[in-house]
Design a protein around this ligand. Structure first.
Ligand code: SF4
Length: 686
């Protein structure tokens, strides 16, 4: 393109939570490309999803253009006007509320949406539905990070910025994370750090790209992270590697944990985890003795029935060797989707208002009641993963889903479909006719990130702007306008507000955002601010827990290893774990609309160990059936030694063999996160 024909609009990538900055290239009101710029987390880099998968989906012919109402008798949708659709939605929800009570309703926001969209969803659920039954899809990916880090450190968020943990570090402890595929621009920076001399320890049940660069790969059995972490702590204590001053001055609970980890000898841990005890010793020494060494982790730690304890065991390791509150260290969850941090920050939570302020605190509730002008419920609501069983029991009657696709993303698909089908009324606000939208009574067409202003908050707590680049034809509406209009029809006086006005309202009620505004985001040298940012002179917080922890003293939590809820047996002899590939983002709702990405990676497959394949007589590329206690799918066999014998791995993107028909919805007791990462399965020839 000739440069004068192209308009550039600076924005934030809508895929993963690295929050890469780029220019959307616009020609004649059409998106024609994306070009990386020097943002604080990407330094000009982009991955294939940002470069090619970030604009074609916006202009896809599959975009929803009109509100749709389903005739339940025929199961067919028909086009409707906005007035008809919104009147129907408002009257149905209010009728269900009158008949069954406020807690028979629930509303989910989406961690792909902007902060402003998410804020309005939870506000609608609390003010109009009158319940705290609101949540977002972080429930099924990183809710364990929010709970676990809040319990041990006081703030449920990444402690250090991306640049800091990938530059000038002596070692990196990477656990349950495949950044080269899931957070590629972080993966690139880790690779560069290793090239410059950082030691890398990879703890993962599977060979990932970075294993080739690693000094040590602990290829542990899925579901044994806590045993691993306790084994590391055992070695720190036994070999005198702990930071006694840090423990004495800055933490509590050390003696209780010391008592527990006494039994986690390297030999015992090696048996539980299926690793070499000397490798564990070597890993402990590298991590403990390096002056700077961050822990970086992802869903391999959180998506377990002991996910929260897994996260707390990450804090235990870091506190024991004094690696918190300073540069190049910390406990760093790579949050999944573009705005999963923001979705949690914005109060799409059954227990907290924006900024993690508890709904059960009367003073905080009074503050929100005064600002929003209505009484608010005092009881905590249901977590999203508890809404589905409640719907099956007939306790949840109406559900509003803004931008999520739980039929594809949540574990045990049969169970999700049964729950959604049991509802009296389901509304889905979406860009595309997803599997979940197909089950809805009303579908409302919203707008993509390229058609609106707003903000996303990346994994390092960095708030960055999203800017409108194009106006597309069709009758879709701004998501916040849909929500405000609906609120008015439900009797709440909510004028349509601009994105900046919504952000200001949120920030005025949220101490950790008091100092952030659109004006400041424009004027800051990085065009961004990291919360906490508590007043207009505050420059944001790059490294958390310097001086003292948000909770005062850091808490050692006495974590005990318990096996996954479902282990292989005679009937289902293999252990299945799941993950992401480079070319797609989650349901593929967006990346699946980009031909190039679909040509490279267009269908389901399962990685099987060579020995298991030999035993089962399965050939490379053969179509096979994979079954668990919950369902059965077909997929393509990819045979290698990437997983250990007895273990297999599947990506979670593909409808022609979606592993979530198989995965287990067993829940963690604290965060109610499901155990995606371990279930028992059987593989058979077709
Ligand atoms: Fe950056 Fe993630 Fe987008 Fe890739 S998907 S360009 S790493 S934000």
């Amino acid at each position: 393109y000739r440069s004068w024909e192209i308009q550039r609009v600076r924005t934030t990538c809508p895929h993963c939570a690295v929050g890469c900055q780029y220019d959307l290239l616009v020609k004649n009101n059409k998106l024609v490309g994306a070009q990386g710029v020097d943002g604080p987390s990407n330094g000009g880099r982009l991955c294939v999803k940002g470069r090619f998968g970030s604009y074609k989906f916006v202009m896809s012919d599959d975009r929803l253009t009109d509100p749709l109402i389903k005739d339940r008798a025929t199961g067919k949708f028909r086009k409707a006007s906005w007035d008809e659709a919104l009147d129907l939605v408002a009257s149905k929800f209010m009728a269900l509320k009158r008949q069954y009570g406020a807690d028979s309703l629930a509303g989910f926001a989406c961690s792909r949406s902007t902060n402003e969209d998410i804020y309005m969803v939870q506000k609608m659920v609390r003010t109009c539905f009158g319940t705290n039954n609101t949540d977002n899809c972080a429930r099924v990916c990183h809710s364990a990070s929010v709970e676990g880090l809040a319990k041990t450190l006081g703030s449920g968020a990444m402690t250090n910025p991306i640049y800091d943990i990938t530059h000038d570090v002596e070692a990196i402890l990477l656990i349950g994370s495949n950044p080269e595929e899931a957070h590629p621009v972080v993966g690139m920076q880790i690779r560069e750090a290793v090239r410059k001399g950082a030691k890398l320890i990879v703890v993962d049940p599977r060979d990932i790209g970075l294993t080739r660069q690693a000094d040590i790969h602990l290829k542990l059995r899925p579901g044994t992270n806590i045993a691993f972490a306790n084994g590391m702590c055992h070695i720190f204590i036994k070999e005198g590697l702990i930071d006694e001053k840090f423990i004495a001055e800055r933490t509590e609970g050390f003696q209780a944990l010391k008592k527990i980890v006494k039994d986690y000898t390297p030999e015992r841990v090696a048996k539980i985890c299926n690793i070499d005890p000397d490798d564990l010793r070597a890993a402990a020494r590298i991590y403990a003795t390096a002056k700077t060494a961050p822990i970086i982790y992802c869903l391999g730690v959180t998506e377990h029935s002991t996910g929260t304890e897994g996260v707390m065991s990450m804090s235990n390791m870091a506190m024991m060797v004094g690696k918190l509150g300073r540069k190049g260290c910390g406990v760093n969850p790579l949050r999944g989707q573009n705005n999963v941090q923001g979705a949690c920050d914005m109060g799409a939570s059954p227990t907290q208002y924006p900024g993690y302020q508890p709904v059960t605190n009367p003073e905080i509730r009074a503050k929100f009641e005064k600002a929003w002008g209505v009484p608010l419920p005092s009881e905590v609501g249901l977590h999203a993963t508890d809404v589905f069983p409640a719907a099956i029991r007939g306790e949840i009657k109406g559900l509003y889903i803004c931008g999520e696709d739980p039929v594809v993303t949540d574990p045990d698909t049969h169970h999700v479909i049964k729950a959604l089908s049991a509802l009296d009324f389901l509304v889905v606000q979406e860009l595309f006719m997803t599997e979940t939208a197909l089950l809805a009574d009303v579908v409302l067409p919203g707008r993509s990130y390229a058609e609106k202003d707003g903000t996303f908050t990346n994994t390092e707590r960095r708030v960055q702007r999203v800017r409108k680049a194009v106006t597309l034809p069709g009758n879709s509406r701004l998501d916040t306008d849909i929500l405000c209009d609906l609120m008015r029809r439900m009797g709440y006086n909510q004028p349509n507000l601009s994105a900046a006005e919504i952000f200001n309202e949120m920030a005025s009620l949220t101490p950790s955002f008091y100092g952030i505004s659109y004006e400041r985001l424009e004027n800051e040298p990085t065009k961004s601010l990291q919360w906490p940012c508590t007043d207009k002179y505050h420059s944001g917080t790059s490294i958390m827990h310097t001086g003292k922890f948000t909770r005062g003293l850091g808490l050692f939590y006495p974590t005990v290893y318990t096996p996954a809820q479902e282990l292989p047996d005679k009937e289902y002899p293999l252990m299945l774990t799941t993950g992401r590939i480079l070319y797609h983002y989650n349901t593929r709702a967006m990346t699946g609309k980009t031909e190039g990405l679909m040509e490279i990676a267009g269908h389901s497959f399962i990685e099987i160990n060579t020995k298991d394949a030999e035993h089962l007589g399965i050939r490379q590329g053969e179509r096979i059936t994979v079954s668990s206690r919950r369902g059965s799918i077909t997929s393509e066999a990819r045979i290698s030694d990437k997983t250990n014998p007895g273990e297999c791995w599947m990506p979670f993107h593909f409808p022609d063999g979606d592993c979530n028909w198989l995965t287990n919805a067993a829940l963690d007791q604290f965060a109610r996160i499901p155990e995606y990462k371990v279930c028992a399965c059987r593989i058979e020839k077709l």
